[in-house]
Design a protein around this ligand. Sequence first.
Ligand SMILES: Cc1cc2nc3c(=O)[nH]c(=O)nc-3n(C[C@H](O)[C@H](O)[C@H](O)COP(=O)(O)OP(=O)(O)OC[C@H]3O[C@@H](n4cnc5c(N)ncnc54)[C@H](O)[C@@H]3O)c2cc1C
Length: 460
Amino acid sequence: MSPSRERRPAATSVDVVVVGAGFAGLSAAERLVSTGLSVLVLEGRDRVGGRSLSGEVAGVPVDFGATWVARRHTAIRDLANRVGCTTTGQFNQGRNVLWMAGRRRTYRGTIPKVSPMALVDMARVQLALEKLVATVDVDAAWESPRAGEFDAISFGEWLDRKNALAPTRALMTVVSKVQWGCSPGDVSLLHALRYIRAAGGVDHMLDVEGGQQQDRYLETTQEIAKRVAERLGDRVVLGTPVRWISQDDTGVMVRTDSAEITAKYAIVTVATAHRAGIAFHPALPEPAEGLVKTWRMGVLSKAFVAYDKPFWRTNGLSGEAVTDTGTVFITFDVSPDGGPGVLMAFCDPRVFDGFSPETRRSMVLRQLVQLYGTQASAPIDYVDHCWGAEPFAPGGPNPAVAPYATTSYGPALTEPHGRVHWAGTETAGEWAGCMNGAVLTGQRAAERVAAVVAREVPAR
Ligand SMILES: Cc1cc2nc3c(=O)[nH]c(=O)nc-3n(C[C@H](O)[C@H](O)[C@H](O)COP(=O)(O)OP(=O)(O)OC[C@H]3O[C@@H](n4cnc5c(N)ncnc54)[C@H](O)[C@@H]3O)c2cc1C
């Protein structure tokens, strides 16, 4: 049975209303159902998956949003296994391409082989970063010994203070754009350290082999969400933005445009910035309101370019590239076995999203030609996706949290607001920012709510 597309839910009274049908919301619902509670999942979009979205290029399914899982991402892997989705290793054989300061070079491994001086500098800065990462409490970064000091500057200012050389800065800018959808100057050092710690350290965050880019799903990651939603059946209601949540001592009332649903508890799994779309009564306490106002989403765009075959492999290249100029700042080979060649390009929204689809396509192709040669100018298909231009719940992959906002409002991330509990990858400790974190927070919130429901008097 496919999830209901009706905007009016079948039930008007349930034990728990879950807001959002991304991995956190679906995992919360799954766990609640397994404890015997009645659940409704209300999703504002006309689809499930949230920041996981499937696309297609030359008939090949691709991930517009979340793509990779690490070996240690066991929660999302378990979920995917249960619904029959399978991983494939991220292709990384051959030499990578580096385009820096107008010059093209090739190298092997994660760290680009630039000049010896630049290599030493990258190692020096990475070591200094790792030392700071190790001091951060992944579950309560704001309570870390040097939290105030780290939250008072941006990641970019810290790179300045370290006198990072241009190649180091370029690499860290790529990291910042991919992780937080912003430049290093736009994100607090503490927020960056928290996410790096949550991702298992700098190497684990950046590596393909043994790192976070280890595997991707043949069926796409949104397919995992679709299959989980399928099992939940008409408990998942699409196209139903939650506008209002009020509560008293006995329960919550959740309002959408067309329905009012009463429940004992609500679990809100939407990204912190998107909580602004919901009016809470009584109002959120100050720190929780501060989160909504200051934890803005970063933005990222992706393009997929398909060719008859992965010609770069024949030329000894892996399809992995890093650049310091232009729209495309990183590429990966996401070709299917024996099918066409597909390059995935991460694009900087500032020099991408404002252009027409035709201009965007030619900008991407121009850069791919620089990286991979003239064969890149003749694709058989092209598609792209701009997360900042999504009409509902825009942005991603993660919040771009500016200085002071983590120490000021971070403690409110998981603190329940009466009968409203929070989940979503932002609220995770370990694996915050990933699908794995989202699944873990959904399960955790469901267990907490199931436990309090069990302690309450049965009838209201
Ligand atoms: C471009 C990109 C690349 C990424 N790459 C990776 C990767 O390779 N690996 C990885 O692990 N992660 C990756 N991520 C991050 C990953 O997608 C997220 O961590 C994860 O999907 C978050 O799940 P979630 O359930 O916490 O939130 P979401 O997926 O954001 O789900 C929240 C849901 O709430 C809904 N919602 C919002 N407001 C309301 C409302 N008022 N009423 C009802 N519904 C509402 C939204 O529509 C959304 O569906 C990437 C993300 C992006 C955008």
